[in-house]
Design a protein around this ligand. Sequence first.
Ligand SMILES: [Fe+2]
Length: 172
Amino acid sequence: MATLKLHDQQGQLIHSASEIRRFLEQRGILFEQWEASQSLQDSDSQETVLAAYQHELTPYMEKHGYLNADVINVHKETPNIEEIRQKFLAEHTHDEDEVRFFVDGAGEFFFHLDEVFSLLCTAGDFISVPKGYKHWFDLAPRYHVKAIRVFQTKEGWVARYTGSDIAKKYLT
Ligand SMILES: [Fe+2]
């Protein structure tokens, strides 16, 4: 279950799924919660994970023209985990929407629109970060993310760094 943090409003936290959804919707960000059609184990293959969410994933992909889906799985023992974290920890944009569904673990998306807010995503949370939106992502402190990603093109998801060091101000 996600938590929304309003950094420019004394760090106010919002836990209500409907409030979070409304807040994000007003800013053009799609947020949903999905349930698996079967229970999953840590050791399940990418195909099993994708199959468990196919009832949500396939209609979404067809509606929005996505062709590819995969599962990313990083954890504390992943080689170069801190390097992986740093790669997404500077403010950037993408040329296509960044779509993630959290199967397990946790990670925090920070958005820099008129204000800065962040969404801590955990299992069951689906989010689509619109193309061109300035954002960054922090794997810490849990260093475990198992997430479904969907792509229009692999190239579309390359990070375009803005050169701003704003993310450093929000590190905890
Ligand atoms: Fe990104």
